[in-house]
Design a protein around this ligand. Structure first.
Ligand SMILES: Cc1ncc(COP(=O)(O)O)c(C=O)c1O
Length: 393
């Protein structure tokens, strides 16, 4: 249990809410959660199911209609999936946890991006495995260097975790990089765990490339996806895995032991999300893009701050190191100061691993006035630090 770490975004949120209870105003940019409501037709489908008395246990892998709708949606994204290869779970996180628990044996090494969503490392260590970081660098727009990743593979390597578009950096993965990863996985007999929860939130011309479209992927890849971000459904807890055929039965048994099943009304809402109009997804992504295009140049205009343009997801990951030069202050001190003295809640980059040193993560799934307060707060915070370095702890 001691190997499980908490998630800083939730810790920062708790601290921010404490400040709010004492009467302070806080601009929230810490939690990665759409600020839009779940589309009305999706809510209605869930309510209808409840009113119709659909309140009982469901099949552990998910109801056939939802698994069919997920498989059909996967196929339109180029992912070779059939309904029998889908396991429906309470959110992507449960599926990620199962994937890691199911694949990693004590002593196995698992390649994990750094910085990254914190639960990957936690879950690998919980399973007795050893997380081995592969770096994501701003200079490469936070795309992994596949040669460097390959050099970290040893006879003990069991799996590689991918996340694109990425939390916290917004980095992507090209089809060519995905192909090379599958080649490596085949050569070294690795399982690929591909977290694609931000797959639809991508600022290219098309959704981000899925590893499921690469020849040979389906035999050794667990694709993890979710309704949370795409359909603004974080609180519904609905996600899924697309599994290699050989693993479906074992993972369904894990689901039986872990959560039994996902509530019927949630699954009905999921069907409505996938099969209904996609206009709300398109307009949410268009709005995130507008905010990204406003926020990133504003951050980069603050003296000493640089910020790569995220290719997807809804996070800006500015580097504030140059602004702190010679002050003896780290980015996480800036995050604390920003919250305490400027009422702006962000997550320090090191919450995502040592590769996040010098950075802050700002979620732009937040309103324009909130983003404006954040930029203004960060500018003033860094100015104050430079003018009065001795005041800081
Ligand atoms: C990269 C990544 N994967 C998975 C999740 C979890 O998503 P869900 O709400 O479906 O559990 C998140 C949530 O922030 C995330 O950022």
């Amino acid at each position: 249990m001691a190997s499980l770490a908490s998630e800083s975004a939730f810790d920062v949120l708790a601290h921010a809410q404490k400040l709010e209870r004492s009467g302070r105003q806080v601009a929230h940019l810490e939690i990665g959660e759409p600020d839009f409501p779940t589309p009305a037709h999706v809510v209605e489908a869930g309510l209808r199911a409840l009113r119709d008395g659909e309140t009982r246990y469901t099949p552990p892998a998910g109801i056939p209609e939802l698994r069919e709708a997920i498989a059909a949606a996967c196929v339109t994204r180029g992912i070779a999936a059939d309904p029998d290869s889908i396991l429906v779970t309470p959110g992507a996180k449960t599926m990620l946890f199962y994937a890691i628990l199911g694949v990693v044996e004590p002593g196995d090494e698992v390649l994990v991006p750094d910085p990254a969503y914190p639960m990957y490392r936690s879950a690998v260590m919980f399973a007795g495995g050893v997380p081995v970081s592969y770096p994501l660098r701003a200079s490469a727009r936070f795309r992994p260097d596949i040669d460097k990743l390959a050099r970290r593979i040893t006879p003990l390597t069991r799996a590689v975790i991918l996340n694109a578009p990425q939390n916290p950096t917004g980095g992507g993965l090209s089809p060519a990089a995905l192909e090379r990863i599958i080649e490596l996985a085949e050569r070294h007999d690795l399982t690929v765990i591909a977290d694609e929860v931000y797959g639809q939130i991508s600022y290219g011309d098309a959704p981000a490339a899925s590893i499921g479209g690469i020849a040979g992927a389906s035999a050794r890849t667990i694709i993890v996806d979710s309704f949370s971000k795409t359909y603004a459904m974080t609180g519904w807890r609905l996600g899924y895995g697309v599994l290699p055929p050989a693993l479906v039965e074992r993972f369904t048994t894990l689901a039986v032991n872990g959560h039994s099943c996902v509530p019927m009304f949630v699954q009905r809402a999921g069907i409505a999300a996938l099969t209904g109009p996609q206009t709300s997804v398109q307009s949410m992504v268009a709005e995130y893009r507008r905010r990204r295009d406003w926020l990133v140049p504003q951050l980069a205009a603050i003296p000493g701050v640089t910020c790569a343009l995220p290719a997807g997801a809804f996070y800006a990951f500015p580097n504030v190191e140059r602004a702190l030069e010679g002050l003896g202050v780290l980015a996480h001190d800036v995050a604390d100061d920003l919250l305490e003295n400027f009422g702006v809640a962000v997550v320090p980059g090191t919450a995502f691993g040592s590769g996040g040193e010098g950075h802050l993560r700002l979620s732009f799934a937040a309103s324009q006035p909130t983003l404006e307060r954040a930029v203004d707060g960060l500018r003033r915070c860094l100015e104050t630090l430079r003018e009065h370095p001795h005041v800081q702890t």
